[in-house]
Design a protein around this ligand. Structure first.
Ligand SMILES: [Zn+2]
Length: 393
């Protein structure tokens, strides 16, 4: 049988991947007209980085307070963990942010349980980084391996639905796993790698879906799935409310309690635990890499590097020229990698080249079209803000 990797790549080459030029670009960051709702002021500065900077300078101003609060917070985690096997959960993907959270947790004398979700798409490098990290730091690791047939059916359903956030499946399952493990061990803290310094720039509307949208996942699968889903982990908005407000399990952006600098963190991880870096953010999973570098730009016209790089520029971790230089490179830095990922993903998900080409060339459909928890979640957030304001009035 002919190897799939040896086949003609004509359909792969048929779709141009140029996503750099999308109309006017901000003069301070690198956001452009591909971001919905972008507005430029008189000197060409956009609302995305202006919003980011406003919030960021608030955090910078109270930096000293945050550092003071850091030791109180860590002491609190330790107190709440007395008598328990662990005192917090750290979800690890193999990426820099979550790896550094685990490293910092150990440095601070915490006793984390590392939790990993294996959805069948880990790159070899990610597997190496995770096993190396937990053994060097002497941390227990719980790995949940997703049922591959179910995962494939769900991913195929999301592709057939033409919705933008295929990663909702993985992100939602990871959240579900973190909360369920925290609940199982009676823990109050999930230390997350989300952080303001490198992720603070908001993702444009339409580039992602509400991450607790179990209803959306169910509805899309009901319409396009072919097999019964029995074991796939899923978490809804109400589950989140239950865990956060009734079980009092807090998911904390741990890196915000430190002066987080990604380049420094990477250097420490490389030197201290033999961590090996990836070319771009979230490239630890083969599917995520293919999704961000192939599907998103070619089908949807989105290049998430613009948001990540803009965050780094505005938080002074990179110059705008450096960001532009990175953006001018192809989304897939290595054409051979692109080719092998393309055939690997198609084969693993069971799509022919023609089917996948038709998918790439078909218009997108919004998540809301299939039914979503988004408006319910927005409603709850509004109520929460009102209650909070009344309580502190
Ligand atoms: Zn901007």
């Amino acid at each position: 049988m002919q190897s799939v990797a040896e086949k003609d790549t004509s359909l792969l080459a048929a779709h141009p991947a140029s996503v750099v030029g999308y109309g006017q670009m901000c003069t301070r960051c690198v956001m452009d007209m591909s971001a919905q709702g972008i507005i430029f002021d008189d000197i060409g500065v956009c609302n995305y980085c202006t919003d980011f900077l406003r919030k960021y300078s608030d955090i910078q101003k109270s930096g000293a307070k945050y550092l003071a609060f850091q030791s109180d917070f860590i002491a609190q985690i330790k107190r709440d963990g007395v008598g328990k096997k662990y005192d917090c959960i750290v979800g690890v993907s193999g990426g820099v942010d979550s790896s550094y959270v685990l490293y910092l947790a150990i440095e601070c004398g915490l006793r984390p349980l590392a939790v990993h979700l294996d959805n069948g798409w880990n790159s070899e490098l990610a597997t190496h980084n995770i096993s190396n990290l937990v053994s060097q730091l002497a941390v227990d690791l719980y790995t949940h391996v997703i049922d591959w047939e179910e995962n494939r059916d769900l991913q195929r359903a999301f592709i057939d639905a033409h919705v933008v956030d295929i990663e909702l499946l993985m992100d939602n399952a990871m959240l579900s796993l973190n909360y369920s493990q925290a609940s199982k061990y009676g823990l109050k803290y999930i230390l997350s790698g989300n952080n303001f310094a490198t992720e603070g720039m908001r993702m444009p509307e339409g580039w992602y879906q509400h991450k607790f949208d179990k209803y959306n996942i169910r509805q899309i699968h009901k319409r396009f799935g072919v097999q019964k889903i029995k074991t796939h982990k899923c978490i809804s908005t109400l589950d989140y409310v239950w865990y956060e407000f009734f079980r009092k399990i807090r998911r904390v952006p741990f890196l915000d309690y430190f002066s987080y600098n990604k380049a420094e963190a990477l250097k420490i991880l490389e030197e201290e635990v033999g961590y090996k870096p990836y070319p771009y953010k979230h490239y630890e999973s083969i599917f995520t890499r293919f999704y961000q570098a192939y599907i998103l730009p070619r089908k949807f016209g989105y290049d998430k590097r613009k948001v990540h790089l803009s965050s780094l520029v505005v938080s002074n971790q990179m110059t705008r020229d450096e960001a532009l230089e990175l953006l001018s490179m192809p989304v897939y830095s290595d054409p051979q990698q692109e080719k092998s990922d393309y055939f690997y993903v198609l084969k693993k998900l069971g799509f022919s080249e023609q089917e996948f080409s038709n998918y790439i060339n078909s218009p997108a459909i919004s998540h809301a079209f299939y039914g979503s928890e988004r408006s319910f979640s927005d409603f709850l957030v509004k109520i929460y803000k009102v209650v909070k304001r009344l309580r502190y009035a």
